[in-house]
Write a new protein. Sequence first.
Length: 113
Amino acid sequence: QVRLVESGGGLVQPGGSLRLSCAASGIIIGANAMAWYRQAPGKQREFVATIYSIGTSNYADSVKGRFTISRDNAKNTVYLQMDSLKPEDTAAYYCQSYRPLAWGQGTQVTVSS
């Protein structure tokens, strides 16, 4: 059974940084594509970033150049480093595995002064 547990969310001022973590069990993240999505109140869940098993990554245009997805295979954990945060980045952030498809419970990120 796949379990994904996100952490690292919180309140941060515009221009600040946060690092989200997604600890996985039941799968080997290095052998899977993993992704981060986010959902703001009243909006649909949207893609943020993905990292493939070969180590390449892809980003939504809205976060390109500010966010970095990475993984630590030894810790079986995926990270999302978020820099230069903007108020429009405020959302619940979710970790996803592709095979099998699974979601974490989410962690809230609020960017506000």
